[in-house]
Design a protein around this ligand. Structure first.
Ligand code: HEC
Length: 113
């Protein structure tokens, strides 16, 4: 009986680890959707223009907290973005938290286009 429970536990733990690994893989894909869909036409609407910061470069220089801070608070002509991000269908259906959505975006941007 004890052994069976132990075995069940081991199976559960390895199952969770598998799901965890799959989610880590999926992060950048979720981030790409956020990048392409936020504000209707995506972050690139503004950030693909040479006059605005290139986020694929920004992400190499900014801390995670600074990056999130700009999304939450906006900055100069950068609109607040957290609300639109959290309203995206893929973010909702995956049940991502704000931090997970930010991490997904960063994972995509670090990977590059
Ligand atoms: C309406 C145009 C617009 C949209 C849409 C937009 N941004 Fe921005 N963003 C800007 C501008 C302009 C700046 C530069 C702000 C400044 O000069 O302080 C900026 C700055 C930033 C910065 C700081 C970059 C740095 O190097 O300091 C981050 C991070 C950022 N935006 C993320 C995003 C993300 C992620 C999205 C999509 C969810 C997004 N932005 C959508 C206009 C936009």
């Amino acid at each position: 009986m004890k052994f069976a429970q132990c075995l069940q536990g081991a199976i559960l733990v390895s199952g969770l680890m598998f799901v965890g690994a799959a989610m880590a893989e999926g992060d950048a894909a979720a981030g790409e959707k956020i990048y392409n869909r936020a504000f209707g036409r995506g972050c690139g609407t503004c950030h693909d223009m040479a006059s605005n910061p290139n986020l694929f470069e920004s992400v190499k220089k900014m801390s995670r907290d600074d990056f999130k801070g700009v999304l939450v608070n906006g900055r100069n002509n950068m609109p607040k973005a957290m609300e639109t991000i959290m309203g995206l269908p893929n973010v909702k259906s995956a049940g991502l938290s704000e931090d997970q959505a930010v991490d997904a975006l960063i994972a995509f941007l670090q990977k590059g286009k």
